[in-house]
Design a binder for this molecule. Structure first.
Ligand code: NAP
Length: 291
């Protein structure tokens, strides 16, 4: 096998650097009398969700933020959950609220997300946050695409005049990703399951973000030499090992930069949650005259 030609964008290293910055700013905020606080709400016993929320709470604690994990039985009613969100909205020690998805089927996730105060919507899933991103106003950016933007920034990549192709159009990754790239003056194409010739699109791309959830959606023959490839996907290979949407072995021979899975976008997502929570607390401090 030939050596990989692409430069690896190391999500673990970048995440560690950004978390160090969060820890320093958290200490500064605490010195002014305010501790940033994140509430993570988990309903039910989804195994993957349990791991995600544990990691989020641990990352908060490691960076010096206060975090509370509220765990509820799958039988919790929608009204009960809405009441908890309301209480957290009014809790001055909580600056960010994250309701872990998916929720049990009897609860309307959209209704719950919309009940979160936009000022505490550190996941960036509220319609007000999506709207703010769309019109270029301040608001919370969804953590995963925000992390991808930080990865591009980390290699000094100037998106102006570049063609970015986003594969996937979910509300939490693909669509906000496209908006962020557009805001940085890229020309953006969004592809999805009804795109007739994905390869024809990706071959034109200077930047490709794959956010599909299927292995080998992007292979070497679909990538222009030197392109930057960001792999958001989280899948399992035949051996049960974590892998992305991109055929890493092949694409890394062609791309200029590539993110690995694991150790790429994954660690950045939690990091941007910390950044958003810290920023929510900094805004609160400014409003209270503590800044
Ligand atoms: P999603 O809601 O299932 O969206 C997947 C998107 O891919 C849809 O827009 C779908 O198109 C499109 N798609 C499906 N098959 C396609 C194909 N053959 N060609 C082109 N597009 C295709 O998933 P998501 O929530 O955005 O997540 C995407 C992946 O990222 C998943 O693997 C997820 O686990 C991962 N993820 C990772 C992180 C992280 O921190 N690393 C965070 C979030 C998500 P339609 O809209 O037409 O159906």
């Amino acid at each position: 096998m030939t050596a990989s030609s692409a430069q690896i964008i190391d999500g673990n290293a970048l995440a560690a650097q950004l978390r160090g910055d969060v820890a320093r700013r958290t200490t500064a905020l605490k010195d002014r009398g305010l501790t940033p606080g994140l509430a993570v709400v988990l309903v039910g016993d989804n195994q993957a969700s349990q791991v995600y929320v544990r990691n989020k709470v641990k990352a908060c604690t490691d960076a010096g933020l206060h975090s509370v994990l509220e765990k509820y039985e799958a039988t919790m009613t929608e009204a009960e959950l809405l009441a908890r969100v309301d209480a957290l909205n009014n809790d001055p020690g909580i600056h960010g609220i994250l309701v872990q998805l998916p929720l049990p089927a009897h609860i309307d996730a959209h209704k719950v997300i919309e009940a979160i105060s936009p000022a505490k919507d550190v996941d960036g899933f509220h319609v007000a946050s999506a709207g703010a991103l769309m019109v270029g106003q301040p608001g919370f950016w969804p953590c995963t695409p925000y992390g991808c933007m930080k990865m591009l920034e980390s290699i000094g990549y100037n998106l102006r005049g570049k063609h970015a192709v986003v594969i996937g159009r979910s509300n939490i990754v693909g669509k906000p990703m496209a908006m962020m790239l557009l805001q940085q003056n890229a020309t953006v194409t969004i592809c999805h399951s009804a795109t007739p010739d994905l390869k024809a699109m990706t071959l034109q791309a200077d930047v490709i973000v794959a956010a599909v959830g299927k292995r080998n959606v992007l292979t070497a023959d679909m990538v222009k030499p030197g392109a930057v490839v960001i792999d958001v996907g989280m899948n399992r290979d035949d051996a049960g090992k974590l892998c992305g949407d991109v055929d890493f072995a092949g694409v890394s021979q062609v791309a200029g930069h590539i993110t690995p899975v694991p150790g790429g976008v994954g660690p950045m997502t939690i990091t941007m949650l910390l950044v958003n929570t810290l920023e929510a607390a900094e805004r609160d401090a400014a409003q209270r005259g503590l800044a």
